[in-house]
Ligand binder design. Sequence first.
Ligand code: SAM
Length: 229
Amino acid sequence: MPRNRARQRSKAIFSNLQNISSASHPQHGEADSQSLITIHQQAIMAAEDTQKLPRMKKFRFQLLDQWLVNRFYPCRTADIGGGKGLISFLLAQHGWPVTVIDPVVQDLPPKYKDIQNGRRIKISPENRVEYIQAKFEVEHAANFELLIGMHAHGCNAKIIDAAERFGCAFVIFPCCVIDEPFYPRLGVHWLESLADYAIRKGLSIDCFRLNFKGQNIGLFYSGRLKKIS
Ligand SMILES: C[S@@+](CC[C@H](N)C(=O)[O-])C[C@H]1O[C@@H](n2cnc3c(N)ncnc32)[C@H](O)[C@@H]1O
C-alpha cells in the first residue's frame, strides 16, 4: 500500500478505535490518550499520525517501556510472545518483575539504544530474563497483574480472555490474525474486532499510538494497575 494511503487507513482505524473505546468509558469520556510525552523532542506517544511527526523507526520496546514506567508502579508482568525479551529486560531495569512467556527461548539482543540519551548500551551475555517456555494459556495469567502482547503471535484473544478471568491489565499491539480463535467480520479491521471482543466481556479499554514504525496502535485495559499520580 502506498505510504500516504497506509497512514490514512491507520488514521481511520485509530479514530474508529477511539469511538469504540470511549463508548466503553461512558462515565469519564476520553482517556489521557492524547497527552504527549517527549524524549529529545520526539514524541513517545503519537496522538496524531501526521507526516510531520518523525517516527523513531524500530524502538518499540524502549517506547513501551517508557510509556509504562511513566504511568504505573511496577507490577508482576508477563511479556507474552516476548521473543528476545528486550521489553522484559528494560522493565526489569526499572524494578518491574517480568517474565517472558514464549515457546521459543531466545537470547537477549547484545545491545540496544537508550532513547533517553542516545547511547548504545551493551547487554552482557550473562544477563537473563525470567522465561516460561510455553505457548501462552489463559491459566498462566493467574500469577500476573499485567499482560503485554507486543506483536504476540496468536495470543491476543487469549490475553483478553485472561484479563476477563483474572482481572489483570493488558496492553496489546496486535499484528496479524493468524492462529487467533476468530476472524474479523468482512470490512472490520482486526484491531476493531479485538476492541469489540474486549468490550463485550465488560472490559473498558483505551487505544493509544506509540511513535514507532509498523503496527503501532495499542489497546489497553488498566485492570487494577496503580497509576502514578
Ligand atoms: C512477531 S514475534 C514478536 C516478538 C516480540 N514481541 C517483538 O515484538 O519483537 C511473535 C512471537 O510470538 C511467539 N509465539 C508464537 N506463538 C505463541 C504462543 N502460542 N504463545 C506465546 N508466544 C507465542 C513467537 O515465538 C515469537 O517470539
